[in-house]
Design a protein around this ligand. Structure first.
Ligand code: ASP
Length: 718
């Protein structure tokens, strides 16, 4: 009997420790918070100081932000690893039908062969400092909420500007941690010369394409090696032959033995945006406006790009990057729409708010302070709902139509150049205007009338169903008869007869005043003049809405803290964060369980479908010949390819290093499961799973498919 009891206790405690071990927590922790975590208990075998040490060297010195992604140094010569999809723009940019690195992959066998990745910039976090008091002091006494909002943004820019140190390649940014409540100044070292070192063929780096994007089980070799270069004196410099590889303070040690199910892992990275602290109306806005509108528009735009580039390899390469990013957002939004419904998130949030409202009403003091909070939030969101369709429409129209955006720029420029420098919008200030002009002129390389024709038609067509409060006046004024479609086609033809598509016209018009431009009687410019009037009204309303929310959100957070007696981690805001968890499967649907490690066998299985699943012959041959080298894993029963874990990540964590208990690199994060796309709004261990490429697959591909022995040597992997 006694033995049975002991066994039972042992069994229960083992089970308990197993489930404790594998439960991760919601949280993308800022560096200032990680000392408070009990990471050792979760499995970490190094000190917190080894991860982050403001007075010395630590793992975070090996971390980089690379454009919108994360990456990490993996050698003392500035070698970095990130995702293939993060380097995609750089690879497609240097690819041509003759030298198609995107299709075939790229390897530089020596430093000289490395290719510059145009427009790639690396940032390394140097330090941070709380500047809340200074920011909030600067807006004391400002009653108008839109003005307050503007004043906060202005102060944030001012503090950042005065912290910049160009001579030492330091840029600065003030980031809002909690809306209206806390602000931190981050200083970053920048590096402006980034080069491609090794990228696998697209059929490996993007294996499974859009079909597998945001999906588990996954078999994508989503990694690329790049290198950071600086001027001989160590400062940031644009590409030059003189530049030398950057020598980082710290680089990550690669552990070629990978991980097992149940292992502790942690991730350092630059997660972009999450929205967990927003009220239920924010979710309503997403569910009813932003997500469905954007999803259907992007799907339509992808269709246009595909049809205009059909049979034209050059155009296909040119649009590949654009299509990819549209498709990425589109599918993410589909996942979110499903998640919102499946999890009943709006109702759940509403119930939480009901409890908070009851809590407020139960206490006279709370009532005095927060009595109108929920009513105020409802009111302000109602204003946002009213203009939502118009607001989304304007932002997408001005962003994606090159003709509209060129006309908008001309009009704006003619006004801004009349102002003194300090009063101009930032893109028009003396130190920025050349760059802005260059960017605008580059649009002529991309301008495609087939696209413009179809896109403008689609945009104008959509306005027909907008609610009264979101009517697009300039469209209604022109296309309002009974024969809508015919009128629309005629009007588009008129719009496309614009001169704005001619770069000479644009260059000459730069010298004209606003009135002179308006007097040209150009149909598209006239249309944009009218659109801009309404766009500016909406921007003003939006600024007022944001300003009001900036005052209401800290109150909502305060009530939550009082009621739940907890503190919160701030939403992701593109600043450096740590998250931890375990290699762990999950149940995405009734009666389905997903294991957390995929293998090369799965690639071969999928490859029979061809298309996005086709693989290079070399991979098939290596598989048939069992050429697995040291990367075969007995437990997994093959070469591990991708891993799944319950950390808390989002967009921007792409390329983040996945580290084991000792802080060694065992994989590169690149995605989340479809069910986890909703974790931008609500994280839960039941469905929040991130996806990474296993380091063993990275090394196997680099060696076996890429013959990149030079890279493996540099990593110190035999
Ligand atoms: N695939 C994502 C990205 O592009 C990563 C994520 O959202 O989890 O950043």
């Amino acid at each position: 009997m006694k033995t049975v009891r002991i066994l039972l206790i042992l069994f229960l405690s083992l089970n308990l420790s197993a489930s404790l071990r594998y439960d991760a927590e919601e949280g993308m922790y800022p560096l200032s918070e990680i000392q408070k975590l009990n990471l050792q208990q979760a499995g970490l075998q190094i000190g917190i100081n080894d991860i982050y040490n403001p007075n010395g060297v630590s793992l975070i010195d090996a971390l980089v932000k690379i454009n919108g992604c994360t990456g990490s140094f993996v050698s003392d010569k500035g070698l970095m690893i990130t995702n293939h999809h993060c380097a995609f723009g750089a690879i497609s940019n240097v690819s041509t039908p003759e030298k198609n690195y995107l299709e075939n992959g790229f390897l530089a066998e020596s430093f000289e062969e490395e290719i510059p990745a145009k427009n790639y910039v690396v940032r390394i976090t140097e330090s941070y400092e709380d500047v809340t008091a200074e920011i909030l002091k600067s807006v004391e006494g400002i009653e108008d909420l839109s003005e307050r909002n503007k004043a906060i943004s202005k102060k944030m820019r001012e503090i950042a500007k005065s912290a910049e140190d160009e001579a030492n390649s330091i840029v600065a940014e003030v980031s809002e941690m909690f809306a209206g409540e806390s602000y931190v100044l981050f200083k970053y070292r920048i590096i402006k010369d980034v080069r491609l070192v090794y990228a696998p063929p697209r059929s490996i780096g993007e294996f499974g394409g859009e079909a597998d994007n945001w999906i588990w089980p996954r078999h994508t070799g989503d990694f690329t090696f790049m290198r950071a270069y600086v001027a001989p004196d160590g400062s940031a410099a644009e590409y030059s032959e003189e530049n030398i590889p950057y020598s980082p303070k710290k680089y990550l040690k690669v552990n070629p033995n990978g991980v097992d199910e149940g292992d502790f892992v942690f991730i350092l990275g630059y997660p972009g945006r999450t929205f967990r602290h927003n009220p239920s109306q924010f979710l309503e806005y997403q569910e009813n406006f932003n997500l469905p509108y954007t999803e259907q528009l992007y799907s339509y735009m992808i269709g246009i790009y595909e049809s205009i580039s059909e049979g034209n390899e050059e155009l296909q390469i040119k649009y590949s990057s654009r299509i990819k990013s549209l498709a990425n957002v589109m599918k993410n939004y589909r996942g979110k729409m499903l998640g919102l419904r499946r999890l009943n998130l709006v109702e759940k949030k509403q119930s939480e708010e009901k409890i908070l409202a009851e809590f407020i009403n139960s206490d006279e003091n709370l009532k005095k302070k927060f009595g109108t909070l929920f009513k105020d939030i409802e009111e302000v969101y109602q204003k946002r709902f009213d203009i939502a369709e118009a607001d989304l429409w304007f932002s997408r129209f001005f962003r994606f139509s090159d003709l509209v955006s060129l006309a908008d720029f001309l009009l704006e420029y003619s006004n801004q150049k009349e102002l003194i420098n300090s009063e101009r919008k930032s893109a028009f200030k003396e130190d920025k205007i050349e760059e802005t002009l260059d960017r605008m002129k580059k649009k002529y390389e991309d301008l495609n009338y087939d696209f413009e024709d179809e896109f403008i038609y689609k945009m104008l067509y959509d306005t027909e169903t907008f609610s009264e409060t979101s009517t697009i006046k300039a469209v209604k004024a022109r296309v309002n008869g009974t024969n809508f479609e015919e009128e629309l086609s005629n009007y588009i033809e008129e719009l496309l007869s614009t001169e704005i598509g001619n770069p000479d016209f644009f260059n000459k018009a730069l010298d004209l005043s606003y009135d002179e431009i308006s007097d040209l009687n150009d149909p598209l410019i006239d249309f944009v003049v009218e659109l801009k009037k309404q766009k500016e009204e909406i921007e003003k309303l939006e600024s007022n809405i944001s300003g009001t929310l900036q005052v209401l959100m800290p109150k909502l957070a305060e009530v939550k803290k009082l009621k739940n007696k907890t503190t919160f981690t701030p939403d992701a805001n593109s600043t450096l964060r740590l998250t931890y968890g375990f290699i762990k499967g999950y149940e995405p649907a009734d009666a389905v369980f997903y294991k957390p490690i995929t293998t090369l066998d799965g690639i071969i299985e999928k490859s029979f479908m061809g298309g996005e699943y086709a693989v290079p012959d070399k991979l098939k041959t290596a598989y048939q010949q069992k050429d697995f080298g040291r990367f075969y894993d007995e437990k997994a029963g093959g070469v591990p390819v991708a891993i799944l874990y319950n950390t808390d990540t989002t967009g921007g964590n792409s390329g983040s290093p996945i580290l084991n208990a000792k802080g060694e690199l065992i994989g590169v994060n690149f995605d989340r499961a479809f069910e986890a796309t909703i974790n931008d709004f609500a994280w839960d261990d039941a469905y929040s799973r991130s996806i990474g490429v296993d380091i063993r697959y990275v090394l196997w591909v680099a060696k076996t498919i890429g013959n990149a022995d030079n890279v493996l040597n540099e990593l110190g992997v035999k």
